[in-house]
Design a protein around this ligand. Structure first.
Ligand SMILES: [Zn+2]
Length: 142
């Protein structure tokens, strides 16, 4: 994971996590990187903030990693909608233009994950330490 400090054309500054620099380039080109303030997809990188400090710092790696994991959990919990078991259908609807794009997170079965990858739906696996605690279930909408 890599964290970028980004800014939109309106000079709103925000941060976003990507699996690597190619993922950032790809998502930006496809206008998937969006300013949380004004929704602009015309964004550019500010100074790069690497996720783990270099080893010459006096921060033990485990502490740095735990801190990063906590930051990622916090980031996801505050900027992404939790969609629970509906993740695969939500992600697919956005990918095929049937729903407006918004950041979501949730759970998929291994089969669903495989299907999303095969269809090219952009979704990132979230290793356990990076997954926030699911919020309490929403009331059913039907
Ligand atoms: Zn903006």
């Amino acid at each position: 994971m890599i964290r970028y400090s980004l800014a939109c054309v309106g000079e709103h500054e925000f941060e976003a996590w990507f699996s690597d620099s190619q993922a950032y380039d790809r998502q930006r080109k496809r206008k998937l990187v969006e300013c949380p303030t004004c929704g602009s997809t015309e964004v550019h990188k500010q100074i790069m903030a690497p996720t783990v400090r270099s080893s010459d710092r006096a921060v033990p790696a485990e502490i740095a990693a735990a801190k990063v994991a906590a930051e990622i959990r916090e980031h996801i919990a505050t900027t992404h909608d939790y969609v629970g078991d509906s993740f695969a259908s939500e992600a697919r609807a956005m990918y095929y233009g049937e729903a407006e794009h918004r950041p979501v997170w949730g759970e998929v079965t291994p089969d669903e994950a495989k299907e999303l990858v095969e269809e090219g739906v952009p979704a990132l696996p979230l290793p356990k330490p990076f997954a926030p605690a699911p919020p309490r279930r929403r009331a059913k909408l039907n």
